[in-house]
Write a protein that binds this ligand. Structure first.
Ligand SMILES: *[C@@H]1O[C@H](CO)[C@@H](O)[C@H](O)[C@H]1NC(C)=O
Ligand SMILES: *[C@@H]1O[C@H](CO)[C@@H](O)[C@H](O)[C@H]1NC(C)=O
Ligand SMILES: *[C@@H]1O[C@H](CO)[C@@H](O)[C@H](O)[C@H]1NC(C)=O
Ligand SMILES: *[C@@H]1O[C@H](CO)[C@@H](O)[C@H](O)[C@H]1NC(C)=O
Ligand SMILES: *[C@@H]1O[C@H](CO)[C@@H](O)[C@H](O)[C@H]1NC(C)=O
Ligand SMILES: *[C@@H]1O[C@H](CO)[C@@H](O)[C@H](O)[C@H]1NC(C)=O
Length: 683
């Protein structure tokens, strides 16, 4: 785990106080996704910086600045709209009037002279269309609304901060049909290597656009000050493209001429890598390359696809909104909408580069910010409720590489592996000194395979890997009731023996295997574990009012591993378990939420959301409204951190996030919604 505390403390200290003129709906989140499509295309802006949007930089998920600006001229006066940290002479700041987010869009409105502008940052989420989902680009649409007749020109640029190596890059400019395209690349870095902020050092940053709304397009690259000054003075660019120089920008201008009408121009920002993932020595590439093997074609298609992608996003936003509100009100839909891009932006859908064989489609997920592991099985577990609802096939795409790896002679363990490699994008195998979570991951593999089968009705995954699933079920049976000293997925707790939550995972994993295979003896074995843990008080206090962290050991623990018992309707734990925990958790609610266990000051939104699905009444309300209060409290700036302080301990501030950020694990927030049904999205 790497910490970003110092940089973050500084950013917080410098954050602007939001002006009263800006309205935020549905809430002002810690950070708005701007272009969040892959672990390497992950641009955000803190909610607390929106009031000063014209001068505030976007940031990579790690918090390092990205240069990405928009300036508009109205009747010869230049207004900075976004990301112009150093305002050119003679320019003004537009005033920010509103900010909204949906599942797929972050939208900001500004006033600039006599005209209003909208910046719509749109990162498509296309749960079942792998071409659309895998295109490593995101849209920025700048709209000038109808108003007094005026001359309007719109400028935008990016720079080498998007390559991860501002000290040594190169750039190129090209056209494809009407599309104009810039690429910026780090020079001399190894394929598959990252900088210390986790940015890819191979591949290219992309900025592209094409004339629209009657605009005429001009371009230039060069030192930021001179390119921007040229626009501010002239309302166009000079078409010059000198060699790259550090901090130089690549810019576009759309000249809309004299107009009183509403008009929009769209830019595509991106980061593409032809070799995207090393999966056991086979180079993977983005799924989109099965259709568009050339970058320029892919970008051009992405711009062609805008209307269809936008139509899909309208439907998806509505589904999430309706699902959230019908499940548990607008507090819940606010949480879900903020989570969607972060989940899918932590995943890539790939095919082998050489063959481009789409029958070998895989997906890879990055443990962003916590350690960079690839296809961590418990990260897939935390995320799975969103897949269960929107794209159950992702469970197969993510798990198949894991099963394939575990089939190799190299993998000799009798239990399931923790992950496919320590450092995304190198899915080159679990290192000898890597984390081992025997019970947790063996249970997870069975639960996830069953979730896929239950949601899709397809037995392909479970048939292909039947022998492995059986092996892990038997492992749970032999080792699961009294787990030896080992890590659980909450690895911050260290190795502990007899962890109640692991015993619960074993019980539920066995019963899931029983449901999967129809072998009742596994279901019975799971119930026997559950009876020992709950009814016989092995994992509870003497009166059976709460779960404990370890057998016979205080403190209490927020046990979340019985969630699949509820989701799959397995009846492993007696109803009384759920009644008792529903009664208990509100009694240990900290100032900002329920902690992970009784002697910790922090809680995790993932597991709060899992437990919210297993309790009802007041307990459910406590969990959902605490998560909502946390995202709306104005105290945070990192991309949604799933871990935060619920109590003031050791100088930490209640309601502030704790180290994690931008993790795709927010799929967990859909746990309650998943009780309404599986596979609800049709593309
Ligand atoms: C992935 O492996 C390559 C080749 O060994 C190496 O150069 C690169 O730094 C690794 N990437 C990460 C993120 O560790
Ligand atoms: C990807 O595969 C194609 C063949 O399909 C090959 O021409 C190309 O060189 C490969 N790309 C890389 C970066 O190896
Ligand atoms: C686990 O708990 C059982 C029952 O309380 C006990 O017999 C056993 O020694 C414990 N195991 C460890 C490793 O502490
Ligand atoms: C369940 O029954 C099958 C078939 O008899 C047997 O192979 C398996 O070991 C049993 N498993 C358990 C957990 O009892
Ligand atoms: C659980 O709580 C419900 C509602 O309070 C009650 O009707 C039910 O009898 C309880 N069930 C058990 C097994 O305690
Ligand atoms: C919604 O969340 C807020 C905290 O942001 C809380 O004060 C409010 O009570 C919640 N509303 C409902 C209906 O639970």
């Amino acid at each position: 785990m790497r910490l970003y505390h110092v940089r973050w403390a500084l950013a917080m200290a410098m954050a602007w106080v939001s002006s009263e003129a800006t309205t935020y709906s549905p809430v002002k989140p810690p950070s708005y996704p701007l272009a969040v499509r892959s672990p390497y295309l992950s641009a955000w802006i803190p909610g607390n910086h929106i009031a000063s949007l014209p001068t505030s930089n976007s940031q990579f998920w790690a918090g390092n600045d990205l240069t990405w600006s928009v300036i508009a001229r109205v009747d010869g006066v230049a207004y900075n709209l976004f990301g112009v940290a150093k305002a050119p002479d003679g320019t003004k700041s537009a005033s920010v009037t509103g900010a909204t987010y949906t599942s797929t869009h972050s939208t900001f409105t500004l006033e600039a002279g006599s005209r209003k502008f909208t910046l719509d940052f749109f990162s498509p989420v296309s749960p079942k269309n792998y071409v659309r989902q895998s295109l490593p680009f995101s849209y920025l649409t700048v709209t000038v609304s109808a108003g007094d007749s005026s001359v309007v020109q719109i400028y935008s640029d990016i720079d080498d901060s998007w390559t991860g190596q501002s000290s040594n890059s190169r750039w190129s400019s090209s056209t494809k049909g009407s599309t104009s395209l810039f690429q910026i690349q780090a020079v001399g870095a190894a394929t598959y290597s990252q900088n210390h902020d986790g940015q890819a050092l191979w591949g290219s940053a992309i900025y592209a656009t094409r004339p629209s709304g009657g605009s005429s397009l001009s371009t230039a690259s060069g030192p930021s000050a001179s390119v921007r000054k040229h626009f501010v003075d002239k309302g166009s660019l000079d078409g010059k493209h000198p060699d790259w120089s550090s901090g130089g920008v690549v810019g576009f201008v759309h000249d809309l001429g004299t107009t009183s009408k509403k008009a929009s121009v769209t830019f595509a920002v991106g980061h593409e890598r032809e070799k995207s993932i090393d999966f056991l020595g086979t180079d993977q590439t983005g799924y989109y390359r099965s259709k568009f093997p050339e970058t320029a074609d892919a970008v051009s298609h992405f711009l062609d696809d805008y209307t269809d992608a936008n139509d899909e996003s309208t439907r998806l936003d509505k589904l999430i909104q309706d699902l959230g509100t019908s499940t548990y009100g607008t507090n819940y839909s606010d949480i879900l909408a903020l989570s969607v891009r972060q989940v899918y932006g932590g995943i890539e859908v790939t095919i082998p580069n050489e063959s481009k064989d789409t029958s070998k489609t895989s997906a890879f997920i990055k443990e962003i910010s916590s350690d960079g592991n690839i296809n961590t099985v418990d990260v897939i577990y935390a995320t799975f409720p969103i897949f269960y609802i929107l794209s159950p096939d992702y469970l197969k795409l993510l798990l198949r590489p894991v099963f394939e790896y575990m089939r190799l002679d190299d993998y000799t363990k009798t239990y399931a592996v923790h992950e496919l490699g320590a450092n995304y994008p190198n899915a080159t195998g679990h290192p000898a000194d890597g984390e081992e979570m025997p019970i947790e991951e063996s249970g997870n593999i069975i639960i996830l395979a069953y979730a896929y089968e239950k949601a899709t009705g397809n037995k392909d995954l479970t048939n292909t890997y039947a022998a492995q699933l059986e092996q892990y079920a038997n492992y749970l049976h032999q080792h699961g009731l009294y787990p030896a000293s080992q890590l659980s997925l909450n690895d911050a707790l260290g190795t502990l023996a007899n962890q109640t939550n692991l015993g619960v995972k074993a019980a539920v994993g066995l019963a899931t295997y029983g449901a999967l295979t129809g072998q009742k003896n596994y279901t019975t074995a799971g119930k026997q574990f559950a009876d020992r843990i709950w009814t016989d008080h092995l994992g509870t206090d003497d009166h059976g009012t709460r779960f404990l962290i370890q057998y016979n050991t205080k403190p209490w623990f927020l046990v979340f591993n019985h969630y699949p018992d509820v989701l799959f309707d397995l009846n492993v734990f007696p109803k009384e378990t759920y009644n008792a925990t529903a009664k208990f958790y509100p009694t240990v609610r900290g100032l900002a939420g329920v902690a992970l266990h009784g002697s910790l000051g922090w809680g995790q939104t993932n597991w709060q959301a899992f437990v919210a699905a297993t309790v009802d009444g007041n307990a459910r309300e406590v969990f959902i409204s605490d998560i909502h209060a946390y995202i709306a409290n104005g105290q945070n700036s990192a991309p949604f951190s799933d871990r935060y302080w619920v109590e003031a301990k050791n100088g930490h501030i209640v309601g502030q996030s704790y180290a994690f950020r931008a993790r795709p694990t927010l799929g967990s927030h859909f746990a309650l919604a998943a009780l309404k049904g599986a596979n609800l999205w049709s593309s």
